[in-house]
Design a protein around this ligand. Structure first.
Ligand code: FES
Ligand SMILES: [Fe+2]
Length: 387
């Protein structure tokens, strides 16, 4: 378990070793855009169908590359026109004209991983320690997907994940939506841990007022729901609700992008196999879920300290809080693994520091000294800079 007093903020360095959502797939186009993640800006663009992601700072004068344009599968900076290839290699420095040998430090370092899944783009800044979570229903043609608008909130990703997995707040926070019918007592349930994730399953009785089979006399009003919660660390969450008697399933996916210490972007999607392709019913389901999310955010945005405690002694836990205690354990284990590796390996291998300076071409080259002596290169010779 975590060290005494250890908490997890939105920009904890351990989170660099994880997958995070950074955009919906449709938001990433041939026009570069910016995404904030763990306090760092990234530029995203789509070239020949493939999403590319680089730190949103040109190595030349640190201008945001997201102001640039896509070109030949790569990107051209809007400031002095340096062009970078699909893998980030610097291919052109227009001010130098013609052929020129460019040092490695002129290149962009791509994200360790970029993947599109379930209609979103996920990014791992550094080699991830845990696999990206799955949404099996996103691949299943029996399910339709409905997306809530991605929203930005003053919130802590760890606390939002905690809230999604929390089973004791429904009658108090969700009185305006689904909470009025919910019992305050949390049923007993099992938490099954695997790697950096866990699954929680329980079944309970409820009044299925939406089932047409009730009115037709085919099924009783009191039926059962099986709820399956799944967490894949750090903030990839899914709830599947199976209707035992009436059949059908509803899935809510909840994916959190920790942007800065005080900001999160929240992606919520629904997968339903019971709406018969009716867009009006999906729109209604999305609106309802939006109202549920707003109820949750009223509490989440009011927290003074935007951190999730990993040290269990910082909070009080009850039998009804086993899911959210397991979240803290999983995240504490992940943080521990990231810190152990960071301590054991040279920082370049783990912490993603830039490629070491390679020095200038042997002759000083065009890149080293140009015209009146302006120093353009990357070598360890700052004293040669003309002012
Ligand atoms: S800042 Fe990007 S080319 Fe100069
Ligand atoms: Fe809630």
């Amino acid at each position: 378990m975590g060290k005494a007093g250890r908490v997890l903020s939105n920009t904890d360095p351990a989170l660099r070793r994880c997958w995070h959502p950074v955009a919906r797939s449709a938001e990433v186009t041939g026009q570069p855009s910016r995404a904030m993640l763990l306090g760092d800006p990234w530029v995203l663009f789509r070239a020949e169908g493939v999403v590319r992601a680089f730190p949103d700072r040109c190595p030349h004068r640190r201008a945001p590359l997201s102001l640039g344009t896509c070109e030949q599968g790569g990107i051209r900076c809007a400031y002095h026109g340096w062009r970078f290839g699909p893998d980030g290699g610097c291919l052109e420095v227009p001010a130098l004209g013609g052929e020129v040998r460019l040092p490695a430090r002129a290149s962009l370092r791509p994200a360790a991983g970029v993947v599109e899944r379930a209609g979103m783009v996920f990014l791992a800044p550094e080699p991830p320690l845990a696999p990206l979570g799955e949404v099996p229903e996103a691949e299943d043609p029996a399910f339709e997907q409905g997306d809530l608008p991605a929203i930005r909130a003053r919130a802590c990703a760890g606390l939002l994940a905690d809230n999604f997995l929390d089973l004791a707040h429904f009658p108090f926070v969700h009185g305006g939506t689904f909470g009025a019918d919910e019992a305050a007592a949390v049923p007993r349930y099992d938490v099954v841990r695997d790697g950096h994730g866990f699954t929680v399953t329980y079944e309970h009785a409820f009044a299925n007022r939406e089932d047409p089979g009730v009115a037709a006399g085919l099924r009783p009003l009191t039926q059962h729901r099986r709820l399956t919660y799944r967490l894949d660390a750090p903030f990839h969450l899914r709830l599947r609700i199976d209707f035992v008697e009436a059949g059908g399933a509803n899935v809510i996916g909840f994916f959190l992008q920790p942007e800065t210490d005080t900001s999160c972007r929240i992606y919520t999607s629904l997968w339903r196999d019971d709406l018969g392709g009716d867009p009006a019913r999906m729109a209604e389901a999305v609106d309802f879920e939006m109202a549920v999310l707003e109820e949750d955010l009223r509490v989440q945005q009011a927290y003074d300290e935007l951190v999730l405690p990993l040290d269990p002694t910082l909070e009080l836990h009850t039998r009804a809080d086993r899911t959210t205690l397991e979240l803290r354990r999983v995240l504490a284990d992940l943080v521990g693994a990231a810190e152990r590796e960071a301590g054991a390996a040279p920082p370049d291998a783990v912490a993603g520091t830039p490629t070491p300076v390679t020095g200038l071409p042997p002759d000083g080259g065009q890149f080293g000294r140009v015209g009146s002596g302006t120093f353009v290169g990357t070598g360890p010779r700052p004293s040669t800079v003309s002012r």
